[in-house]
Design a protein around this ligand. Structure first.
Ligand SMILES: CC(C)(COP(=O)(O)OP(=O)(O)OC[C@H]1O[C@@H](n2cnc3c(N)ncnc32)[C@H](O)[C@@H]1OP(=O)(O)O)[C@@H](O)C(=O)NCCC(=O)NCCS
Length: 141
C-alpha cells in the first residue's frame, strides 16, 4: 500500500470526507461546513491511497507559539497501519510550534501519548451542549 500525504484540499470530495468522519465515529458533519473548516485552517493533511481519500486532519496555528490539531480521522479499513502516526508526525513537523494541543476522543489518549502528548490538568472548554459533552466523556459538569 502506497499512501501519499498531501497538504492541500485539491481533489477532496466533501461528501466522501464526511462519510469517513461518520464511519470513524466522529459524528455527522455537513459537507459544506466540513469544507469550510478545512479551508479556514492553517494546515490540512489528507491521506490518499491512489485516488481514494483514506484520512484527514487539520490544524490552527499562530505560526510562532501555539497550534491546535483537530479532526484526525482515518477510514476504518485503513486504521492500524501507521497512517495516523505518519500524519501526526508530518503535521507536527510542519506546525513547528513549541506548544501543540488537541483533545482526544475518550479512549484514544494512548495514540497521542506515543507522540509525546500528555493530559492537560487545567484544560477548560465551553461547549454548546455541556450535558451531551459530559455524556460523551469530554467534561465534568
Ligand atoms: C485514532 C486514529 C487517528 C489512529 O490512527 P491509526 O492510523 O489507526 O493509528 P496508527 O496505525 O498510526 O497507530 C500508531 C500507534 O498508536 C496505537 N493506536 C492506534 N489506535 C489506537 C487507539 N485507538 N488507542 C490506543 N492506541 C492506538 C497503535 O497501536 C500504534 O502503536 P505502535 O506504534 O506501538 O504499533 C484512527 O484509528 C482513527 O481515525 N480513529 C477513529 C477516529 C478518531 O478517534 N480520531 C481521533 C480523534 S481525537
Amino acid at each position: 500500500m502506497n499512501i501519499e500525504l498531501k497538504f492541500d484540499v485539491s481533489g477532496v470530495n466533501w461528501e466522501k470526507a464526511t462519510d469517513i468522519f461518520e464511519r470513524a465515529q466522529l459524528g455527522t458533519r455537513q459537507p459544506d461546513v466540513c469544507k469550510r473548516t478545512f479551508a479556514n485552517s492553517d494546515l490540512v493533511c489528507f491521506a490518499w491511497d491512489g485516488k481514494t481519500l483514506v484520512g484527514m486532519g487539520r490544524a490552527l496555528s499562530d505560526g510562532e507559539r501555539q497550534s491546535v490539531i483537530y479532526d484526525l480521522c482515518i477510514m476504518p479499513e485503513y486504521q492500524g497501519k501507521k497512517i495516523g502516526n505518519r500524519m501526526m508526525t508530518e503535521m507536527l513537523e510542519r506546525l513547528d510550534t513549541p506548544t501543540t494541543i488537541l483533545w482526544a476522543v475518550p479512549g484514544k489518549e494512548s495514540f497521542y501519548e506515543r507522540l509525546g502528548f500528555r493530559p492537560m490538568l487545567t484544560a477548560m472548554a465551553r461547549f454548546e451542549d455541556p450535558e451531551s459533552s459530559a455524556a460523551k466523556g469530554y467534561i465534568k459538569l
